[in-house]
Design a binder for this molecule. Structure first.
Ligand SMILES: Nc1ncnc2c1ncn2[C@@H]1O[C@H](COP(=O)(O)OP(=O)(O)OP(=O)(O)O)[C@@H](O)[C@H]1O
Length: 384
């Protein structure tokens, strides 16, 4: 069993509160991605799990055992760093062997067996005699992963391991990391600031902001049912459109009222009583040209300001009632800046957030049972 449990984990550097109380359980064999903007505390959290930083408060449990005060070599974890941290004067094989020597006494045969196994798994057998300077970025990354693999740890911790690779290699290495995880089945925590990487790699994704956990959920759930406005705008490319709008209650109906559009929300009975002002959110792909909307839909007019052909789709930036709206349309649409377009929202994919706290108030798609955030995994609203 190699679960990781963080209980009210806190880390302070002098007057900087880098991690402000994280409660999180990573399940045995799970690939959990921690994602968030620069400086939100991702690396600090990871380094604290590894024992490279001491926790200011809270507990860390590995496999059910409290390890908070144990040194790194007494925790069965291996870490892969963003800059690979390979020793330049050592060959790839020596670097990998060194990974084992630092954690205990192993026979030469055992060390060689593990280095050979890891080299085969990572397809770097031919590179073992080379020094890091004679390896490409991708090859160095494999050696760094190999150095972690040879330790056969219960837990892998990876800190932005792909960020120094070019875009194409990143996509390739992403797939390889997934295969590796499938083969090893080791509990893995992977830190990145790249939300695409988070969505493609994670069994679950933990979104961190300003040292606090915002939501932990499977990638699609995070995308469809963001717990708050921060998650809604952080996950998804381009970001969700969010407008400050009025909310009018008419008999049984609830209507979002903006200078540029009005929209009647479905399932009005699920909308909590709230202030008259809310943040209304809709993703770019959930806005269509009126011609493609079901007949009878509410539509509105917008003026195109920027046209971005992205190959598989055309991204339009539009002005609507003084606000900016982004929408994805058919790639070959003959629509240009200055044109006016008639648009409509997909009723099933609308979101409301509290204007003050940012907390999600309503998603027009009903949330399937059993998919909500585990209470122990996220910060309670009132303490955020
Ligand atoms: N050794 C340190 N001494 C003082 N402050 C630190 C130290 N390490 C990190 N911090 C601060 O703690 C906060 C969290 O840093 P951390 O490196 O964990 O963020 P991050 O989310 O990993 O960011 P990035 O994506 O830029 O690497 C930041 O404000 C950072 O400046």
């Amino acid at each position: 069993m190699s679960t990781i449990e963080l209980q009210n984990l806190q880390k302070r550097y002098d007057d900087v509160r880098a991690v402000k109380g994280i409660d999180l359980t990573v399940r045995d064999g799970e690939f959990l991605v921690v994602v968030g903007p620069s400086g939100c505390g991702k690396s600090t959290t990871l380094r604290t799990i590894a024992g490279l930083e001491s926790a200011t408060d809270g507990e860390i449990l590995l496999g059910g055992e409290v390890v908070t005060d144990r040194p790194p070599k007494e925790r069965s974890v291996a870490m892969v760093f963003q800059n690979y941290a390979l020793y330049p004067h050592m060959s790839a094989a020596q670097n990998m062997r060194f990974g084992m020597k630092s954690v205990g006494d192993y026979s030469t045969e055992e060390i060689e067996r593990r280095v050979d196994d890891a080299a085969e798994t990572l397809d770097i057998e031919d590179l073992l005699d080379r020094k890091p300077e004679a390896l490409s970025g991708g090859e160095r990354q494999r050696v760094a992963i190999g150095r972690a693999l040879v330790r056969e740890p219960d837990v892998f911790l990876l800190d932005e391991p792909l960020s120094n690779l070019d875009a194409k290699l990143r996509v390739q290495m992403r797939a390889e990391l997934l295969k590796l995880h499938r083969d090893l089945d080791a509990t893995t925590v992977y830190v990145t600031h790249d939300q695409t990487e988070a969505m493609t790699l994670g069994d679950r994704v933990a979104v961190l902001n300003e040292g606090r956990l915002q939501q932990v959920a499977a990638p699609q759930e995070l995308y469809d049912y963001p717990a708050n406005r921060f998650v809604a705008e952080f996950v998804g490319e381009p970001a969700m459109n969010v407008f400050t709008t009025g909310l009018r209650h008419h008999d049984e109906r609830v209507v979002v009222d903006h200078d540029g559009f009005t929209v009647t929300l479905p399932a009005a009975d699920r909308i909590p009583a709230t202030d008259d002002e809310v943040a209304f959110g809709v993703r770019p792909e959930d806005i269509s040209l009126a011609a493609n909307c079901p007949s009878g839909s509410e539509t509105f007019t917008a003026t195109v300001t920027v046209r971005e052909p992205l190959g598989e789709l055309l991204l339009l930036h539009c002005d609507v009632g003084g606000g900016e709206l982004r929408t994805k349309v058919e790639p070959r649409s003959e629509i240009y800046p200055g044109d006016t377009v008639e648009l409509g929202f997909d009723d099933d994919r609308l979101h409301l957030f509290d204007i003050e706290s940012g907390e999600a108030l309503y998603h027009s798609a009903p949330q399937p049972a059993g998919t909500s955030v585990e209470p122990s995994d996220a910060v309670p609203t009132q303490s955020r």
